[in-house]
Design a protein around this ligand. Sequence first.
Ligand code: PLP
Length: 285
Amino acid sequence: MKSDQFPFNLPSLLEKLPIEGMDLWMKRDDLIHPIISGNKWRKLKGFFRGIDRTKTIITFGGAYSNHLPAAALTAKLHGMKIVGVVRGEELHQNSNNYLKYCASQGMELHFISRGDYRTLRSNGWKLNGLDPEIPDNHIILPEGGAGKHTLEGCKEIWQEIKNEFTPNHLVISSGTGATVHGILSAMSKNEKTRVHVISAVRGAVNEMSAICTYAESKGIKINWLDEAFGGFGKTTPELLQEIEEFQSQTEIQLDRNYNAKLWFWLKNNPLQGRIVWVNTGGLSL
Ligand SMILES: Cc1ncc(COP(=O)(O)O)c(C=O)c1O
């Protein structure tokens, strides 16, 4: 079985939104799959291609990570064992619906302290005997599904858009920058589409610098916007109202961490010409 033979809606729909005064199109990656949605399959595809299925996958995330449920289900569909290392030693598998879902898909959950989690992150996810119960025959999938393998699937977002038309603007939200990196890597040198990145993480200066330097090295115009609501996961009554209004206009539910913040920026900073917004999904379990 090839990993891209799952019941995925690919290529994802490119849909014109009924927003007056804007030539706005949405790349509906949120419809790729109910759980492995948005950029999750795009990021995981390269990791699972040709993977040694006898290994146990070890991956990492917070209690509300979108990555952990997606990784749990993808591993199950590949017939592989997977361990989720979760930030927060006080938690357990019934702490919330995300963790419950992971456990229901067969993911083994290990809860560690925030300090240990930080150490892991700064060690590049090397376990160094941190948990003796973790099997030796394992393969590491970093937090958020990050890694060079993400380029393969994320490139396809741009290839699919290009097959339809070349927009004047591409707008996308960002955490680690992996998804936008993949898109940029698929763009031609001096591509005329201008890229706008709305960061979900406040003050992500390293990510900003890496992505902007890369885009500029290819002659692509890029505009990086810092998170504007007080930090990752923070909302305001205005933002929540915007989510509701957007839903009543379009019947599309936006996730509040990434795509709602993008829409808030876009609505208040209208762009001229044809715009493609890549909806990177987001679960509400
Ligand atoms: C819904 C959603 N949108 C956007 C992102 C940001 O993606 P990246 O970390 O590749 O920038 C994430 C995190 O993976 C996400 O869960």
